[in-house]
Design a protein around this ligand. Structure first.
Ligand code: F1P
Length: 344
């Protein structure tokens, strides 16, 4: 029955698209991080969340400044993004524009304006060889991440693998590419081993609110998994950084709450403590981590390049919740796969 849905097929087959993403980025001619004063990652919706995850990873790996800005914000409030040069010289920038469709209006307009204002170089990441893929100095198009369903799953993770490899290469950390080649096989094992857990929690309709906690390079992924829960299953859901959750949001915890933790290695004990405290308040907990969690990634892959492995089980949880609520996960309410605007 699950197999009748595009979303399910796309989640289950996503690791093939990860392999293609890795191959494409390994074969691309890329600039070095030292060439730019600032890198801006942009996108809309899921791809803005991807930009958030990418900016954190870029800065962690390269040591150079990066930030993520939603496409719409760069258009409407550019003064909050670009500084005006006092001595006439503009800082050299790189814009990384991310879009599954390659046709989202805000993302296209942002790149056009960045080019017109001669702010720097452009790299595009997409799943379709559409307009955006003609705009970059480097264009990475991962065709095997294309999708029939509206909510991004396979597309998102394929583009995330691409930005992970891009950050590693721009940092001069080509040593991380070989371990990354183990991601697809590990991803398949996680899908196999943890589908029952994802299904059990997804089908638990006593739950009525979901919080996704992730810090550092995982925050953007917590945002994305929260969005899956909203889009597919029309459920109240929010993302937070781990320690932020104590500063107010925990007021919402009760017996109908699931708190999902994307645990790191480096801050494992601080993050686990937050989950344990929320459990003591009566909430249910789902922890994901390399080891010592309910969903163990068990990858042996360096932490900075393995984060895509948090996604598949949480995508499945949203999928199964949609089915349990009698919804069609392929066609989220009020949503189309691309948002096209008349911005004149
Ligand atoms: C971006 C996006 C999706 C969202 C919805 C509408 O599209 O906002 O994240 O789930 O499908 O479009 P894209 O620019 O990545 O194609």
């Amino acid at each position: 029955m699950s197999n009748e849905y595009f979303t399910y097929k796309e989640i289950i087959s996503q690791t093939e698209a990860w392999s293609q993403a890795l191959e494409l980025v390994c074969a691309a001619t890329l600039p070095k991080a030292t060439g730019y004063e600032l890198v801006i990652f942009t996108g809309c919706g899921s791809t803005y969340y991807l930009a958030l995850a990418a900016a954190a990873l870029y800065q962690e790996l390269t040591g150079h400044s990066a930030r993520a800005v939603p496409g719409g914000e760069m258009l409407l409030n550019p003064q909050t993004v670009f500084r005006t040069a006092s001595n006439g010289a503009l800082p050299r920038m790189l814009l990384v524009a991310i879009s599954r469709s390659g046709t989202t209006t805000e993302t296209l307009k942002v790149v056009e304006r960045f080019r017109a204002e001669q702010r720097g170089d452009v790299i595009t990441i997409s799943n379709y060889g559409e307009t955006l893929s003609t705009f970059g100095d480097v264009n990475i198009t991962i065709s095997s991440g294309q999708e029939e369903s509206v909510a991004q799953t396979r597309s998102f993770s394929s583009m995330y693998v691409a930005v992970t490899a891009l950050c590693a290469r721009m940092a001069g950390r080509d040593d991380l590419l070989e371990p990354m080649s183990g991601l697809p096989e590990t991803g398949r094992r996680i899908l196999r081993d943890f589908e029952p857990t994802a299904r059990r929690l997804g089908e638990d309709l006593t739950l009525d609110r979901f919080y996704f906690l992730g810090s550092g390079i995982r925050y953007g992924l917590a945002c994305e998994t929260n969005l899956k829960m909203k889009e597919m299953s029309l459920t109240h859901s929010e993302p937070f950084h781990f320690l932020e959750f104590r500063h107010g949001p925990m007021s919402m915890v009760n017996a109908n709450t699931l708190i999902v933790g994307l645990l790191s290695d480096s801050n494992f004990s601080h993050e686990s403590t937050v989950l344990n405290e929320m459990q003591a308040l009566g909430g249910k907990i789902l922890a994901l981590g390399e080891s010592g969690a309910e969903i163990n990634l068990g990858s042996g892959i360096p932490e900075v390049v393995r984060a895509v492995l948090y996604l598949p089980a949480l995508q499945l949880m949203a999928f199964y919740r949609a089915l349990a609520k009698g919804l069609n996960p392929d066609r989220p309410t009020n949503l189309t796969s691309v948002v096209k605007l008349d911005l004149h």
